[in-house]
Design a protein around this ligand. Structure first.
Ligand code: NAP
Length: 294
């Protein structure tokens, strides 16, 4: 595959390992993180384990300058606006900004149109698969944008994708991610209530899981989170603070579409209660802890 110069902004839980895959794929990666210590830690991790390490860029401009593709994996709408506009100012004509953050569809459309006005391209490409998916290079990537632009990024993002798919025009990636968040939080809420009920009924939770995991209640969450939930361990990447951001985006979009999502609204409130209980940085399976605290 062709070796490209790639800019990367945001070396967090997701962005750090994803950028690492691009370095190992042989690309020249100019990586920037707002907090410099995190960037240094990212580079040192690869050097200490005798793996190729990317170059650190002191600013968003330095990361984006001269890059064929600039990747962002930051926070919400305002974070993305700030970073993308800074990058746009120095990006070369014809280059592409690929955003892996979870944001609203409207900010994706806004930035795609600003990019087009500058002769640049924009793809919204949120990801699913969590920290483990980022580390193992097994993410599901749902993209929105032009087919020709997606064809240029597809072989590059294959470095960390299990499945990458163009779903529709700009914003369709973020809308698909909203569907993902609606589905997965419903499963987590059901699993938390099931385990809570099992505990209160005095059942042997291991025996319960052993049998129901082979039936219609089986899920990825049951297979990967039930044991850790029972042990009260909630340090698995996707934070309650982030899911609140995502469900807020879903509910705003649903209102704009005139769609009622009462289940999502309820689960969003439960996650708000978890934040009040000090679980903002716990992972999303901490819903069981809210029930235990009632
Ligand atoms: P994280 O660990 O908190 O990292 C966020 C990164 O974005 C950090 O590098 C942070 O820099 C940077 N950042 C945030 N706001 C910024 C700004 N205004 N300017 C410059 N840099 C900024 O978060 P994460 O878990 O990697 O999530 C990143 C994105 O992926 C979010 O949109 C999240 O919703 C989405 N996502 C996360 C998961 C998951 O399982 N964690 C799964 C799918 C999607 P600092 O280090 O300076 O704070």
């Amino acid at each position: 595959m062709q070796t490209l110069t790639l800019g990367w902004v945001g070396l967090g839980t997701m962005g750090g390992p994803m950028a690492g895959h691009l370095v190992r794929a042989g690309h020249r990666v100019q990586a920037h993180n707002r907090t410099p210590a995190r960037a240094r830690h990212w580079r040192e991790h690869y050097l200490q384990t005798n793996q190729p390490a990317g170059e650190l860029a002191g600013s968003v401009n330095d990361a984006a300058y001269g890059a064929d593709i600039v990747f962002t994996c930051v926070g919400g709408d305002d974070d993305l606006r700030q970073v993308a506009r800074t990058a746009f100012a120095v990006m070369q004509p014809g280059s592409i900004l690929v955003d892996h953050s979870t944001t609203s569809a409207s900010v994706a459309r806004e930035l795609a149109s600003e990019a087009a006005a500058r002769g640049l391209h924009f793809i919204d490409a949120p990801v699913s698969g969590g920290q483990a998916g980022a580390e193992n290079g097994q993410l599901a990537i749902m993209a929105g944008g032009e087919a020709g632009t997606f064809a240029r990024i597809e072989p590059v993002i294959a470095a960390y994708a299990k499945r990458a798919r163009l779903v529709g025009p700009t914003g369709a990636g973020q809308l698909t991610k909203m569907v993902n968040q609606i589905c997965f939080t419903g499963v987590v809420a059901g699993l938390a209530e099931g385990l809570f009920f099992a505990e209160k009924a005095g059942l042997d939770c291991q025996a319960v899981l052993d049998v129901i995991s082979q039936g219609a209640a089986q899920s990825w969450q049951m297979d990967h989170r039930a044991q850790t939930m029972l042990r009260g361990e909630y340090d698995f990447g996707f934070a309650v603070d982030w899911v609140r951001k995502d469900l807020g985006i879903v509910l705003d979009e649903a209102r704009a579409l005139g769609v009622a999502l009462p289940g999502v609204a309820q689960i969003n409130d439960w996650y708000g209660e978890l934040q009040q209980l000090g679980h903002g940085r716990s992972d999303t399976s901490a819903l069981l802890e809210r029930l235990r605290a009632l």
